[in-house]
Design a protein around this ligand. Structure first.
Ligand SMILES: *Cc1c(COP(=O)(O)O)cnc(C)c1O
Length: 377
């Protein structure tokens, strides 16, 4: 059986975790947490990076930092993971879903302006599959209407837009290190902050609403409750695991890219025959091979192909059910304008197995099976 995903292991994880165990200091914000945040700050050139317990939690922090109040509106695609919306719903916001582009499956930047109202507070671009949204257009709108841009860059470590790392372009950006992502520690995430004015408050929100971080730096002589907050900092064990992945970031990235390219080249013939659609990467975007997907003719063909691949021992998967059609999406949000592509494109999508050290013969078996499906159908 070829699995859909296999979390990367680089070899150094256990060594680093043993160091933590030996140090007898397991709670958050120890030496490995510091190394992870410095690595991220250096990589992204943002003012501040904070590692968190998940991307979901990083998004929740952004909703607090952006001061989202009940009744405020937040614009995002419906084709995304539930956490993108939940983080803002928890603060009482109304979610305004905007249609996606059929090529990248990202928020259609030309439709955002018509969704802006006096209650709009933020735009949340989701960079699907590690491929960037049109950030220049989005930042321009945000500046004109004084909105916050919070990038859901969960899938995007090592991806860029016009040479700039994703997650570092908006006011805030969120990464995920869940085991299904390219770089992982089981459960984990990070928050990138582009403006120093959010950094102080972010530390407080992440430390249960206290100024504990300042206390540990010796900037206050006792720590107290100063703001709202929760516990968003991961254990040193997770940070140690994550650091082993960061140390290997380039190797993981180039290995995944090779598999992605193998799929792309291998399946081109079927796209040329008009049987499937392959992913489209704009020239100014460099992606991190987070996902490889193909698009079938329609839902019926997709169901059939997924079953066929399963019988061949290949675990392929569809992806998001659009949020606006889910029970919570209906009560917490509404779709602005026409759903031309969100539902249609999501129903055609098939994600192929892709992970660090996917073997060439495994990728070829997937490619051959897809060809044999289309030969007999
Ligand atoms: C994975 C993912 C998340 C959630 O990440 P967690 O770390 O599991 O909380 C949020 N948004 C998108 C787009 C994702 O792919």
């Amino acid at each position: 059986m070829i699995p859909f995903n296999r979390p990367a292991v680089t070899g150094k994880e256990t060594t680093y975790i043993q160091e933590v165990v030996a140090s007898r200091r397991l709670c958050g914000d120890g030496p490995f947490t510091k190394r992870c945040s410095e690595w991220l700050e250096n990589y992204s050139q943002t003012r501040k990076a904070l590692i968190t317990t998940s991307c979901t939690h990083a998004l929740e922090m952004t909703a607090i930092l952006a001061d989202i109040q009940p009744g405020d509106e937040v614009i995002m695609p419906s084709f995304t993971f539930v956490s993108t919306a939940n983080a803002f719903v928890l603060r009482g916001a109304k979610i305004v879903f905007v249609d996606i582009r059929p090529d990248t499956l990202n928020l259609d930047e030309t439709l955002i302006e018509s969704a802006i109202t006096p209650r709009t507070k933020a735009i949340v671009p989701v960079h699907y599959a590690g491929v960037s949204c049109e950030m220049d257009a989005i930042m321009d709108l945000a500046n004109r209407y004084e909105l916050k841009v919070i990038e859901d860059a969960a899938q995007c470590l090592m991806s860029t837009y016009k040479e700039r790392p994703l997650g570092s372009i908006g006011h805030m950006g969120c990464f995920s290190f869940h085991e299904t992502k390219n770089y992982n520690c089981g459960e984990g995430g990070a928050l990138l902050l582009n403006e120093t004015r959010f950094a102080g408050r972010a530390e407080i929100v992440r430390e249960k609403g206290t100024n504990r971080s300042r206390f540990f730096r010796g900037q206050v002589d006792k720590y107290t409750w100063v703001d709202v907050g929760s516990s968003y900092l991961p254990s040193e064990m997770n940070a140690a695991y994550l650091m082993a992945q960061f140390d290997h970031a380039d190797a993981i990235n180039s290995d995944r890219l090779a598999s992605w390219n193998r799929y792309y080249e291998g399946l081109r013939g079927l796209e040329e025959k008009g049987r499937i659609t392959l992913p489209s990467i704009p020239n100014h975007c460099k992606h991190n091979s987070h996902l490889f997907y193909i698009k079938t003719r329609d839902l019926e063909e997709r169901t059939d192909l997924l079953l066929y691949l399963k019988e061949k021992g290949i675990s392929a998967a569809f992806h998001y059910v659009p949020l606006h059609s889910s029970p919570a999406g209906v009560s917490f949000g509404s779709f602005q304008g026409e759903d031309r592509f969100t539902t249609r494109e999501s129903e055609r999508l098939v994600r192929l197995p892709l992970y660090y050290q996917l073997r060439k013969d495994e990728a070829d078996q997937v490619i051959d099976s897809i060809y044999s499906y289309y030969e007999s159908n």
